[in-house]
Design a protein around this ligand. Structure first.
Ligand code: FAD
Length: 431
């Protein structure tokens, strides 16, 4: 493989593009308090949203973050805000009945709306826009299956959609690679770095203590609450939340056996001119195919001269220069004319998934947790962060259809070596 030949520009970076507009803090670690009402492990969307609501509910809250605030997937994602689950409405309806399907998808709607509410309440500027999403079919059969699935959602949930034929698709995206798709007009996109920055600012304004560069090493249950062990000291907490998703480890072994990490990869192009971006993506949607292992693309929020392209989810944490070349090849399958395009950024982040590919929220032995969102952590993390806070505050709104313990498997104790192979196997029907 020839490095530096095609995919990467001469000044390419391996940090997320989002960190340009929302630079990560490189502060010295804060001094942890001796005691706190609520200790939260992880400073991503889930942890910060929980922290904001708890602090406003009168609790003294401390967020512990192993690295800089927002180190995890919350500042590495694609900023798609939709109603996304790996299990279709039709699949749940068939397996568990209409009521269950409606309850599950009702909660996805709640999560979707919670992002807009949060942005409005906190008066955030994070390029949130309901620009619509185009889900793309990679075969005629997939197009038909999508049309059936979304017709069911329209009938039972009242969520409207439009089918886009292959002949119409070029009004949205300049390629013949796909076989049409489904357009959902109200789905949104945002700038993940600025969304996270807005949450961090709101948390600090609410009085939350953020202890960055302070990994939690473990905890012990006490008669009243927990001892939380961080480097060199112990913090007493009445309540404890784990919001570590794909970045969790042995400090909470029970959860570590139930949420598996896997990598996703993303790029942003060098500036190519607004007109060229518009000619490639005239529909200006968030675009994503309907495979199990998806490719996605959109104009970069906040910089319409660039495009975002991502994919190859679940690949082993490889050299990012290799991944840039591979993503470039995938991009050329969709847009063969973009041979001259180079990436200014290529980066990775860790998602978290459960064995049944459903997100979870719950409490195990007194410890609250939420995660396993796959590619839906922007809305689901926002909702579940709030729900965790409502539970601890004893307020209504904390209940969830996803509140069942995530399954464990006898062979999995935190070494996720097999996950890339499992994702490949589950993607075997993709084209
Ligand atoms: C490339 C990519 C694209 C994605 N695209 C989308 C998308 O478009 N839309 C969408 O909805 N979702 C998307 N996702 C998923 C989404 O980003 C995540 O589901 C979501 O950010 C999870 O948020 P979180 O707060 O639960 O966890 P994270 O943001 O991952 O935060 C967990 C934090 O916990 C910290 N931590 C871990 N262990 C410890 C410890 N022991 N002590 C202290 N701190 C600890 C970590 O350092 C990390 O900062 C994408 C993910 C990736 C990687």
């Amino acid at each position: 493989m020839a490095f530096g030949s095609t995919a990467l520009s001469s000044n390419a970076s391996f940090d997320p593009f989002w960190w340009r507009a929302a630079p990560h803090e490189q502060k010295t670690p804060s001094v942890p308090p001796q005691r706190t009402d609520v200790a939260i492990v992880g400073s991503g969307i889930t942890g910060l949203v929980a922290a904001i609501h708890l602090a406003r509910g009168g609790r003294q809250v401390t967020v512990f973050e192993a690295k800089e605030p927002g180190h995890g997937a919350s500042t590495r994602n694609a900023g798609y805000v939709g109603r996304t689950l790996k299990h279709g409405f039709g699949e749940i309806m068939e397996a568990e009945g209409l009521d269950k399907a409606k309850a599950v998808y009702g909660e996805l709607m709640e999560a979707f709306l919670s992002v807009k509410d949060t942005i409005e309440q906190e008066k955030m500027q994070c390029h949130y826009r309901q620009q619509g999403r185009l889900l793309l079919a990679t075969s005629p059969a997939m197009h038909d299956a999508m049309a059936r699935e979304f017709a069911l959602r329209e009938t039972h949930l009242g969520e409207s959609f439009a089918t886009v034929s292959r002949a119409e698709q070029r009004d949205e995206i300049s390629t013949d690679h796909y076989f049409g798709g489904v357009r959902i007009a109200d789905h949104a996109g945002l700038h993940p770095g600025l969304y996270h920055q807005g949450l961090l600012d709101a948390a600090r304004d609410a009085g939350v203590t953020i202890c960055a560069f302070t990994p939690v090493l473990g905890f012990r249950k006490e008669e009243q609450g927990f001892s939380v062990f961080v480097k060199g000291t112990k913090v007493s907490a009445r309540e404890l939340i784990f919001a570590t998703n794909g970045y969790g480890g042995k400090e909470f072994p029970w959860l570590n056996r139930r949420i598996m990490p896997f990598h996703a990869y993303q790029t942003v192009s060098a500036p190519m001119g607004e007109n060229r971006v518009k000619s490639i993506l005239p529909g200006d949607r968030t675009f994503i195919d309907w495979n199990f292992n998806v490719d996605w693309m959109r104009a970069a929020p906040g910089d319409p001269t660039r495009i975002i392209f991502g994919g190859l989810t679940g690949e082993i944490d490889a050299d990012l220069r290799v991944m840039a070349e591979r993503l470039h090849q995938r991009l050329l399958r969709v847009f063969p004319d973009l041979g001259d395009l180079q990436f200014d950024h290529v980066w990775t982040g860790k998602c978290g998934g459960t064995f049944d590919i459903n997100p979870r929220i719950g409490c195990h032995d007194g410890v609250y947790y939420a995660g396993g969102y796959c590619f839906a952590g922007v809305p689901m993390g926002t909702l579940f962060g709030k729900k965790l806070a409502m539970r601890i505050l004893g307020l209504p709104g904390g209940e969830s259809v996803f509140d069942t313990p995530p399954p464990a498997k006898w062979f999995y104790h935190g070494n996720a070596w097999f996950v890339p192979h499992a994702i490949k196997w589950m993607s075997r029907g993709d084209r």
